[in-house]
Design a protein around this ligand. Structure first.
Ligand code: NAD
Length: 481
């Protein structure tokens, strides 16, 4: 079955259905503009039907042994591995990811299901942990119970991965789910429906709907859910919060960032350059975790910038299907236009562009890897999330100054420190107000890590035991001795 040409684009109640929404999605290849398929989205009524399917499936799924849920999660591991080539191809085509990056995404999704299958295996044994209470009259028992059916909404930049980070822990915990794919990249996640059907996941446990804002709104309006898990922009995250506020529904938010990378004067320049490049040009900078603000010690600034320009200019920006491709296009035309608006503004503001920058409009969504040096701290490109391959730089004198600059942002998702002094690196890492810090490494995310933001970068954590806990409620039973 070729998912790109299938007419049935909704998976709920364990089977495929035709969308009845007014909107038809036309995912494109961002390198060429070629339309990859047509998918009719869910109607609002179908989104509600999917939510009700998840609610009906919940009591049965909740009661399964956690080891049985672990077995299904391993089914997803096998299903993803079996479809590796197709999933890599879909992401190269629909996201414009270089092959190596598309492969990393599939591996990350697999690792996530593997990790949560292991946690699920141990879950029942962790139930009813005894708690002694003072006075010996009572004792307590703690249970970790699923929160219930969950509505999940995801963006387009890492379609397989952001969804795996939600589906795997939710199913492990005993929750059922409806996932809405991004309207820009719906092809990859439909595969989760295929796998659910193949492994005989009980009907309604996982439901996938395609759609844009209207379907997202239908999900956040549904009374069938007991939690909403959202990954996307701050603007839409706020709308999701508002939509569910009157019901006080639990919510997790994985939002945007404008992360710092601090480089001290004692580093090996080439290593620092690799960390900087990995943090801003991977996925063409379309990362919530992009370290888009470089803070470098004044004494090595010109050497570092020189090496950074040389390495940046050696990167090949091309279609992932070209002979060489280090960086692909922006995934959507809207994102391409948004990034270009920032570049045009930077040019108008007379910022010092040392490589890349604003140029003629291209047919594919290609933006050159771009660096602005000595950017004023009140300029929008220093302050706002651009979500593209645009690095801004500044200099610092003291570590206190570096931390003040690093933390002068509404965001707090991630940060990176590059320093040869271990103690200093630790102090800087501790001083950055963010949920994930990398020290002396380009960005790596393990399933055991915590993922989520401080400040306006989000609420809650994905991955690790915290990701599982996000789909659980703690119940304390107090009994007489
Ligand atoms: P977006 O907020 O525009 O869309 C996200 C999802 O919300 C899409 O599925 C969209 O259809 C849906 N949506 C739109 N309006 C809605 C509404 N009113 N109600 C409910 N759902 C609605 O984000 P995007 O452009 O797809 O993704 C880019 C953003 O995602 C960036 O800001 C990035 O930082 C963020 N992001 C964060 C993380 C993280 O882990 N923190 C990971 C990836 C992306």
């Amino acid at each position: 079955m070729d998912i790109q040409t299938r007419d049935e684009t909704l998976f709920f109640e364990g089977d495929w259905t035709m969308g009845e929404g007014d909107l038809i999605l036309t995912p494109i290849d961002p390198s060429t503009g070629e339309v990859l398929g047509q998918l009719r989205t869910a109607s609002a009524a179908q989104a509600e039907q999917a939510a009700e399917a998840a609610a009906r499936a919940y009591p049965g799924w909740k009661m399964t042994a956690s080891s049985e849920r672990a077995t299904y999660l391993r089914g997803f591991v096998k299903g993803l591995a079996k479809r590796q080539d197709r999933l890599v191809d879909i992401q190269m085509r629909n996201n414009g990811k270089p092959r190596i990056e598309a492969e990393i995404d599939v591996s990350d999704a697999i690792a996530t299901f593997e990790y949560y299958s292991e946690l699920a295996d141990k879950l029942d044994a962790r139930q009813d942990a005894r708690v002694e209470h003072a006075g010996n009259e009572h004792f307590g028992m703690v249970r970790h119970e699923p929160v219930g059916p969950v509505g999940m909404i995801v963006p387009w930049n890492f379609p397989l991965v952001t969804s795996a980070w939600k589906i795997a822990p939710a199913l492990a915990a005993g929750c059922t789910a409806v996932m809405k794919t991004s309207e820009m990249t719906p092809l990859a996640e439909l595969v989760y429906g295929e796998i659910a059907q193949e492994i005989g996941l009980p009907a309604g446990v996982l439901n996938i709907v395609t759609g844009a804002m209207a379907v997202g709104e239908a999900l956040t309006a549904s009374r069938a859910f007991r939690k909403i898990s959202f990954t996307g922009s701050n603007m839409v995250g706020a709308k999701v919060m508002e939509a569910i506020a009157s019901r006080c529904l639990p919510l997790s938010l994985e939002l945007g960032g404008k992360a710092p990378i601090i480089v001290t004067e004692d580093v090996v320049i080439d290593h620092a350059v690799d960390c900087i490049i990995g943090g801003i040009f991977f996925n063409a900078g379309q990362m919530c975790s992009a370290t888009s603000r470089l803070l470098v010690h004044r004494s090595i600034e010109s050497d570092l910038i020189e090496a950074l320009i040389a390495k940046t200019e050696s990167l090949v920006t091309a279609s992932p299907f070209a002979e060489t491709c280090d960086m692909g296009p922006m995934t959507t035309r809207a994102q391409y236009s948004k990034v270009r608006e920032y570049l045009a503004r930077a040019q108008a503001d007379g910022l010092e562009c040392v490589t890349g920058g604003f140029g003629p409009e291209a047919t594919g969504n290609f933006v050159p890897p771009t660096i602005y040096r000595n950017v004023p701290h009140d300029n929008p490109i220093w302050i706002e999330e651009i979500f593209g391959p645009v690095l801004t730089t500044t200099r610092f004198e003291t570590d206190e100054e570096a931390l003040t600059l690093a933390n002068a942002t509404e965001y707090g998702l991630v940060g990176t420190v590059v320093s040869d002094d271990e103690a200093r690196a630790r102090t800087l890492a501790n001083g950055i107000e963010a949920g994930q810090i990398w020290v002396n490494t380009p960005q790596v995310v393990y399933p055991e890590s915590a993922w989520g933001g401080f400040k306006s970068s989000g609420i809650g954590r994905e991955l690790g035991p915290w990701g599982l806990a996000g789909y659980q409620g703690v119940k304390h039973i107090t009994s007489a001795n």
